[in-house]
Design a protein around this ligand. Structure first.
Ligand code: DQA
Length: 140
């Protein structure tokens, strides 16, 4: 059974309440239950933090034993060399996901420090971006 860790960064704990026109109405906790039902043969784990160092700790903790990591770094995507270095340092492949299509949004969201060190990126499909990322990891 493949082990997959989902890591969500800052403000993603507010999904369902936060800018629903951009991020939708569903909480991640509710979506995560659906995801687990869709993939009964995978072991899915979910973690969220608003703090950069705690996200790095989670990448280091899971990044040598899990089969794949799905990372939505939130705004740290556009700022964090430290998270990029953590991804470089681990052996588990990381899939970068974004709920919104960051390329349709402000210029400062067009650059990601994470993309170049991730296995691939899934951007703009709403919460379905996470399902697509699980599919990708299951096909590694
Ligand atoms: C996001 C896009 C980021 O630019 C933003 O800062 C987020 C969410 C997304 O999933 O669309 O917090 O990562």
């Amino acid at each position: 059974m493949k082990r997959i860790q989902i890591i969500n960064g800052p403000n993603l704990n507010l999904l369902g309440k936060r800018e629903p026109t951009v991020y939708g109405n569903q909480t991640f906790e509710a979506y995560f239950q659906e995801l687990k039902t869709l993939f009964p043969d995978a072991q899915l784990e979910y973690f969220q933090s608003n703090t950069e160092g705690i996200l790095i700790d989670k990448l280091q903790e899971t990044g040598f034993s899990f089969d794949g990591i799905i990372l939505n770094g939130g705004a740290y995507t556009h700022t964090s060399i430290a998270i990029a270095d953590a991804i470089r340092s681990i052996t588990t492949p990381v899939v970068e996901v974004h709920i919104s299509n960051v390329f349709q949004r402000e210029d400062y969201r067009h650059h990601s420090y994470l993309s170049e060190v991730c296995k691939g990126c899934i951007v703009g499909f709403g919460l379905d971006s996470y399902r697509l990322a699980v599919e990708a990891i299951l096909h590694f």
